[in-house]
Design a protein around this ligand. Structure first.
Ligand code: AMX
Length: 441
C-alpha cells in the first residue's frame, strides 16, 4: 500500500502548508451572512464546512476534484473490454486529487483484493438479526461488528501522537472499503438467496467482485456496478451521510464508527433510501393502473394523487441542485445503450417528462428535476436485482469511497472537533429585544 499512502502524505503536507498560509492572510474575511430563517431551515445555504474531494454546483451538478461525470466516464481507466470507469480510479482521484493511470488503478484493485478478508464474527453478528431486518440494518450492524479490526482505535488506546492520526485512519479506510462488498453481498444472499453464499473471485475488480458475490455474472451488470459505484460516491460535504461521517470522525471516532454513523443517515427516505422508494412507487403505480407501461396521462394522475395524499414524489427535488442531476443523465445514457426497450426504463423516462411541470406548478418546490435515485432502480431491476429494499446498501458501498477519502483528509489536516453554536427560540426572542449577549451562552 506504500506508494499510494506515501503520495497521499506528501500531498497532505503541501496542502496543509497552503491552508496555513491562506488562513494567515485571509482568516478574518467573512465568507457569508447567516439569516435567522436559515437556522430554522436545515442550515440551507450556510457555508460551514471544508470537504476537499468534490464540489456541487447548483446548475452543473457534482464535480469530483474538478471533473464532471461525463469527463470522468471518458478519462478514468476501464476494466478489460469495458466502457465504464472503474471506481478504484475514482477513489484514487478523490484521495490524491490526480487522475490515475491504468497502473495506479491496478494498484488500488490489488490492495483491496488483498485486504478484503472479513472475520467470521461479522457474519455471526449479522446472522443474529431476524431475516425481517432491513438490509441497511444488517449492513451497518456488520460494519459495527467489523470495528474490532480498527487500527486507529487500537493505536489511539495505546497512545499515539496527533500528527500520526492520518496514518491509521488511512489504513482503516483501505481495509474497510476492501471489505464492504463482502458484507453487502453477504446481506443480500442471506436475506434473499436462502443464505447460500458465493466466495470472492480474487481476480476481479472491486465492483465486478461485488456483482459476482451477489450472484450476478452478466457483464452488463458488472459494468453497471462500476458506473453506479463511481457516480454515487461523493456529493460534497454537507449532505447527511458525508456530514455525519465527518462530524462523528471529528470526535476521533475511528473510520468504522464514523462511516456506520453516516450510513445510518443514508438509510433515511429523504436521502439514500429514496432509491428504494422510487421503484416501490413505480411498482405501486403499475399495480394500481394494471399495466407495466402506463401512459403519460396515467402517470400524471398518479403523481397528483401522491401529492394530494401529502407525500413526496420520490427521486425528484434536491436540497442544492437546481437542474437534472448529471448522475440521473449518466444512468439514462447507460440505459439508452444497454436496454432502450425495457418497459420499466421507458416508464422512468416518461415520468421524467411528466413530473417536472407538475412540481413546478406547485410553486414551492425549488428543484422539480430528477435526482440520482430516480433512475437507478430501473437499471437494477433490468438485470434481475428486484429486491428494492437492498438498493440503499449499494449506495452505501459506493458512498464509502467519498466519505472515507474525506475522513483521511480531515485527519491529515488535523481538522478539529466540530461544534457549531445552537440557540433556543427563547434566546432568539431575547436577542431580538436587543439582549444579544445570549449568543455567547
Ligand atoms: N415531491 C413533493 N414535494 C416536494 C418534493 C417532491 N419530490 N421535493 C420538495 N418538495 C416540497 C418539500 O417537502 C417542501 O414542502 P413544505 O414546504 O410543505 O415542507 C417544499 O417542497 C420545499 O422543499 P425544497 O426546498 O424544494 O426541498 P428541500 O431542500 O427541503 O428538500 C429533498 C430536498 C431532496 C429532501 C426533497 O426534494 C424531497 O423530499 N425529495 C423526494 C425524496 C428524494 O428524492 N430524496 C433523495 C435526494 C437525493 C439523495 O440524497 N439521495
Amino acid at each position: 500500500m506504500g506508494i499510494l499512502k506515501d503520495r497521499f502524505k506528501a500531498k497532505a503536507d503541501t496542502h496543509a502548508a497552503e491552508i496555513k498560509e491562506l488562513l494567515s492572510k485571509n482568516g478574518d474575511k467573512p465568507i457569508g451572512e447567516v439569516k435567522l430563517s436559515q437556522i430554522y431551515q436545515g442550515m440551507r445555504g450556510i457555508t460551514g464546512l471544508v470537504s476537499e474531494t468534490s464540489l456541487l454546483d447548483a446548475q452543473e451538478g457534482i464535480r469530483f476534484r474538478g471533473y464532471s461525470i461525463p469527463e470522468l466516464r471518458e478519462k478514468l481507466p476501464k476494466a478489460n473490454g469495458g466502457t465504464e470507469p472503474l471506481p478504484e480510479g475514482l477513489f484514487h482521484l478523490l484521495i490524491l486529487g490526480e487522475l490515475p493511470t491504468a497502473e495506479d488503478v491496478n494498484f488500488v484493485t490489488s490492495v483491496w483484493q488483498r485486504r478484503s478478508h472479513v472475520p467470521n464474527h461479522v457474519f455471526a453478528t449479522i446472522d443474529a438479526l431476524p431475516l425481517t431486518a432491513h438490509p441497511m440494518t444488517m449492513f451497518v450492524t456488520g460494519v459495527m461488528a467489523l470495528q474490532t479490526e480498527s487500527n486507529f482505535a487500537k493505536q489511539y488506546a495505546e497512545g499515539i501522537s496527533k500528527k500520526d492520526y492520518w496514518s491509521t485512519v488511512f489504513d482503516d479506510t483501505m481495509d474497510l472499503i476492501a471489505r464492504l462488498p463482502r458484507i453487502a453481498a453477504y446481506v443480500y444472499r442471506r436475506k434473499y438467496k436462502d443464505n447460500k453464499h458465493i466466495q470472492p473471485d480474487g481476480l476481479l475488480d472491486w465492483a465486478g467482485n461485488l456483482a459476482h458475490m451477489m450472484g450476478f455474472e452478466d457483464e452488463g451488470f458488472k459494468e453497471l456496478m462500476r458506473l453506479y459505484m463511481t457516480i454515487h460516491s461523493d456529493h460534497e460535504g454537507g449532505n447527511v451521510s458525508a456530514h455525519t461521517t465527518h462530524l462523528v470522525g471529528s470526535a476521533l471516532s475511528d473510520p468504522y464508527l464514523s462511516y456506520a454513523a453516516g450510513m445510518n443517515g443514508l438509510a433515511g427516505p429523504l436521502h439514500g433510501l429514496a432509491n428504494q422508494e422510487v421503484i416501490k412507487w413505480i411498482f405501486e403505480l403499475q399495480n394500481e393502473i394494471g399495466t407495466k407501461s402506463p401512459t403519460k396521462e396515467q402517470i400524471a394522475a398518479y403523481v397528483k394523487k401522491t401529492l394530494k395524499e401529502g407525500k413526496v414524489v420520490p427521486g425528484y427535488g434536491h436540497a442544492v441542485l437546481r437542474k437534472t442531476d448529471p448522475r440521473f443523465t449518466a444512468q439514462m445514457e447507460f440505459s439508452k445503450k444497454h436496454m432502450p426497450k425495457d418497459p420499466l426504463v421507458q416508464t422512468v423516462w416518461n415520468i421524467y417528462e411528466v413530473v417536472p411541470p407538475i412540481l413546478k406548478s406547485l410553486g414551492k418546490i425549488k428543484n422539480p428535476w430528477p435526482n440520482v435515485d430516480a433512475h437507478s432502480g430501473a437499471l437494477l431491476v433490468h438485470y434481475g436485482l428486484v429486491e428494492y429494499e437492498f438498493y440503499t446498501v449499494l449506495f452505501a458501498v459506493s458512498r464509502a469511497l467519498g466519505v472515507l477519502a474525506s475522513l483521511c483528509w480531515d485527519r491529515a489536516l488535523n481538522l478539529p472537533l466540530e461544534r457549531p453554536k445552537s440557540v433556543t427560540t427563547r434566546s432568539v426572542k431575547l436577542w431580538l429585544e436587543g439582549k444579544d449577549e445570549i449568543w455567547e451562552g
